[in-house]
Design a protein around this ligand. Structure first.
Ligand code: AGP
Length: 615
């Protein structure tokens, strides 16, 4: 996820210097990405676009380049969350054409950039970055050379792109226009008096304009200082947007959360998009094929992480054992010394870390490398320490996660690890091609499945959380592949609602834990789609009910436990391998609503940091 802002204005018509307005707007988009940033500008007499950009936070780059002091009356700017290419100066946006007469900022993933780059290079275009975005200015430059009309060239270029994009383009050819296109990544027009904005999100221009037009997929067009032109790319007809102008009443702070009360609930609800972007990344990245090769040549396979990421790691080990018949040893990263005695050359470690900076996981990785093991990293932050120190880096594309509690990064980790396990199982012949494609097909539908959950459970989860907020402890129980999900649910309730919660295998209750159960004790069951486990869990539910516990179940639609449970949170029925994708959102929601009911701020839980860089 990245942040884009563009402003075009009549000189003298703006309340502040245009570049200052853009700079202030860019700062408000920093929650969307912050590993590098840049600005490009043009004026009526420009022969080339001026571009200032580099690695680092926006305020740091302001000190270095003076973004807020750039001349020009048509300006675009970008703050990056790297998806293709490390966060280094040349990969920062804006990107330009060979003649530096066009500059582009982009948010999204251009899936066919490799072949476009190959074709353009073969026709003499010189590329300087590793990004997918850089194909856009070169494509427009080439098409403009033939059509001699920049908007026609821009539209044709957009038609060629596959994937997701929010694009803003400026040129010396028509210096008072900002051309835009939108598909799958947000882009909004902000209407001013004598000036107009285009931006990824409303906070970027809210200080200067409260009249917004939210662009829709396949809409392209341009803004001038006094007008906006929008058309539908598929039908090549102008769009009458006057009825779509919305007056925004939010405060700036609220607007940064997209109108949500907290980043955590925003990120819980962003999971369909995070999963979609991660899928695009997985299918466009040959790193997953290389990872299977490393797995096939490994003696022993280990997987390590901390916190929520450890739950994803444990899930991966269970999946590999059940799907692929492969022994994978999961361990908590801070306990790495317990395993070093058995690690040798030829072993393989998978290190899972959203931030890519968790010191426990980094130390475990280094210890295993010292003993000759190869390392694969799975991270959400390109070029962070753990991917950098690994032999192979795989990425989720959840976008920045601002809430301290991991939500969308957990489900995107599960998606990536499931894809890896299925690919390995196919490679070793434990899955046929049709079986593997069947599960991959369900993984591809995970964005839709997750988007179906909220309507099923929102009211129930809210009511249940009101009740749970008065409890002091809870059990989270499951079996098999449901266990990592139960562990994740228990961690969420602890870390943001401060209600003690313990997860353990449901079969263990009678070996001690059930002694703690008295009337009204919450017992949350995660019920995977698995007939055998469902029967066993039915017995565990009855065990708890016999002790007057309150039984809560996250279970697939049509479960046999339905009439046994005191509370049911139904989820879409899918392959058991998708359990973390289908069963986690209700547990995240319960923790979130319980925290709010108890008067806590879910975004800033006490004693916790988003990334733990101390051992
Ligand atoms: C989970 O909600 C917490 N934020 C924490 O447990 C986190 O998962 C853990 O610190 C690992 O972080 P990482 O994925 O960035 O390595």
């Amino acid at each position: 996820m990245c942040g884009i802002i563009g402003l075009t204005c009549i000189p003298g018509s703006t309340p502040d210097r245009p570049s200052l307005m853009v700079y202030r707007g860019l700062l408000r988009l920093e929650y969307r990405g912050y590993d590098s940033a840049g600005v490009a500008s043009v004026s009526a007499e420009s022969s080339r676009v001026v571009v200032l950009k580099g690695r680092g936070r926006i305020a740091e780059l302001e000190g270095k380049y003076g973004f807020s002091k750039v001349d020009g009356f048509t300006i675009v700017a970008h703050t990056r969350w790297a998806t293709h290419g490390a966060p280094i100066d040349v990969n920062a946006h804006p990107h330009t054409d060979c003649g530096t007469k066009i500059a582009v900022v982009h948010n999204g993933i251009i899936q066919n950039y490799r072949e476009l780059r190959r074709e353009l290079t073969s026709r003499g275009h010189i590329f300087v970055s590793e990004t997918d975005t850089e194909v856009v200015p070169h494509l427009v430059e080439e098409l403009y050379g033939k059509r001699r009309d920049i908007y026609s060239a821009f539209k044709k270029a957009v038609e060629v792109l596959e994937g997701s994009y929010a694009i803003a383009l400026i040129s010396v050819v028509e210096p008072d226009k900002i051309f835009f296109a939108r598909k799958d990544s947000p882009l909004i027009i902000g209407l001013g008096n004598g000036f107009n904005f285009v931006a990824s999100d409303i906070p970027a221009f809210l200080e200067y304009s409260r009249r917004a037009v939210v662009l829709r997929d396949y809409e392209v067009g341009y803004i001038t200082p006094v007008s906006a032109f929008i058309e539908d790319l598929r039908e090549s007809r102008p769009v009458d947007y006057t009825h779509r102008v919305r007056f925004i009443e939010w405060s700036i702070e609220d607007a940064s959360k997209g109108g949500y009360a907290h980043f955590m609930i925003k990120e819980i609800l962003e999971q369909p998009r995070a999963l979609k972007n991660t899928l695009q990344g997985i299918e466009g990245d040959d790193g997953f094929r290389k990872a299977v090769d490393l797995l096939l040549n490994a003696n022993r396979i280990y997987v390590t992480a901390a916190g929520t990421s450890y739950h994803a790691a444990l899930y991966y080990s269970l999946l590999m054992q059940r799907l692929a018949g492969a022994q994978v040893v999961p361990f908590i990263a801070s306990e790495h010394y317990s395993y070093e005695g058995v690690v040798s050359e030829g072993d393989l470690l998978i290190a899972v870390s959203q931030s890519g900076e968790t010191i426990d996981s980094l130390v475990a990785l280094r210890a295993f490398r010292e003993r000759g093991a190869k390392v694969i990293a799975l991270s959400n932050v390109i070029d962070s320490a753990i991917p950098r120190e690994s032999h192979l880096a795989l990425y989720t594309r959840a976008g920045p996660e601002i809430g301290v509690a991991a939500t969308k990064t957990f489900t995107t980790q599960a998606l990536a690890l499931a894809w890896l396990a299925v690919s390995y199982a196919l490679a070793v012949g434990r899955l046929t091609v049709s079986e593997a494609e069947g599960i991959r097909g369900e993984l591809r539908s995970s964005p839709r499945l997750v988007s179906e959950i909220m309507p099923l459970i929102e009211d129930r989860a809210r009511r249940l959380s009101e009740w749970l907020s008065a409890r002091s402890s809870a059990y989270y129980l499951s079996r098999g592949v449901g266990l990592p999900v139960a562990m994740e649910g228990a961690l969420k309730l602890k870390e943001i609602a401060y209600v003690h919660a313990e997860a353990y295998p449901a079969g263990e209750s009678k070996h001690g834990p059930i002694a703690l159960v008295s009337s009204g004790f919450p017992a949350v069951f995660v019920v995977p789609v698995d007939n055998y486990l469902e029967k066993l869990l039915l017995g565990n539910v009855q065990e708890m009910k016999a002790r007057s516990a309150v039984t809560i179940g996250v279970a697939p639609l049509g479960t046999s436990l339905e009439d046994q449970l005191d509370y049911l949170l139904p989820v879409p029925r899918a392959h058991w391998a998708l359990t973390p994708l289908t069963h986690t959102l209700p547990l995240q929601l319960i923790a979130y609503y319980t925290a709010v009911a108890r008067g806590f701020d879910p975004d800033k839980p006490r004693n916790l940091a988003k990334t733990v860089t101390v051992e």
